[in-house]
Design a protein around this ligand. Sequence first.
Ligand code: ADP
Length: 335
Amino acid sequence: DRVVDSAADDLERAAEAALRPRRLADFVGQPVVRDQLSLVLDAANARNTPPDHVLLSGPPGLGKTTLAMIIAAEVDGALRMTSGPAIQHAGDLAAILSSLQERDVLFIDEIHRLARPAEEMLYLAMEDYRVDVVVGKGPGATSIPLSLPPFTVVGATTRAGLLPAPLRDRFGFTGHLEFYSPAELEQVLRRSAGLLGVELRGDAAAELASRSRGTPRIANRLLRRVQDFAQVRGTGVLDLAAAHGALDVFEVDRLGLDRLDRAVLQALCQRFGGGPVGLTTLAVTVGEEPETVETVAEPFLVREGLIVRTPRGRMATPAAYDHLGLRPPSEGMLF
Ligand code: ADP
């Protein structure tokens, strides 16, 4: 529902598929991760072995799934996709693991949400290429060790810190994805406009880039809304007027904040006098899950210097009051 929500649902995933870069060379931005990954992949290809397991961390919409697909394409392997919450039982994971072929890339999204037994099975598979398949139930159950062909796990998480150390240690390489700069987002937007076959003016691209919260998924989504606006209420060209029109309709503000972000800020500043306030209390006040507030809204608000996390809870900064057009409480009372 949120035009600047950085998470995607299934419908959106379908719309996104067309805009995904397929090769590392087409992946915009993230110079550090791209360089590190290219080294890991080139070395693996030169040795003709599957690359080491890769962990990708960062907020939603920054390109973790895209990179997993690129890794599979670069090593000429098939991509298998699953997620932590989709694996209910260790048996589900055993079934996936035992069907892997040599060079397959197994992408596990939200890997921090794997249940403990599945997590333990994964350690063994990643380290020894082995899985113990349990046959039968109760006292008669037997465990049959099965060896697996060499494969690569690509794990994605919005919170690398939540991953248990033993699991984290099994990844040979961890890439931290950062928010994109406006210039990088303009590049993403121009590329997407080209793929969609629409004319995007330079000033409109710059405006959208600065309102996309550093996130390619949001940039692409805003682009589609501007395309709608230009077609229905504009001239068909994605110009600055169409960009402003669409941004107004979808209530995206100057910083790219939407309703949820502003609700969080407003609650902090007005209900809780600037904080500190705990995450759960804050989430309940704005009617969202704590995880949504923490992974979707908060990282960007922190990066923009609108809120700070302290051991006692979240606090609003003077910039938050300023952004909402409110008067901050007298100095000294903050922090
Ligand atoms: P995540 O898995 O981190 O939530 P995705 O990989 O699904 O994010 O990316 C979301 C969308 O953003 C995709 O449609 C993709 O086309 C686009 N995207 C992400 N990163 C880039 C990038 N570096 N260059 C171009 N497009 C990107």
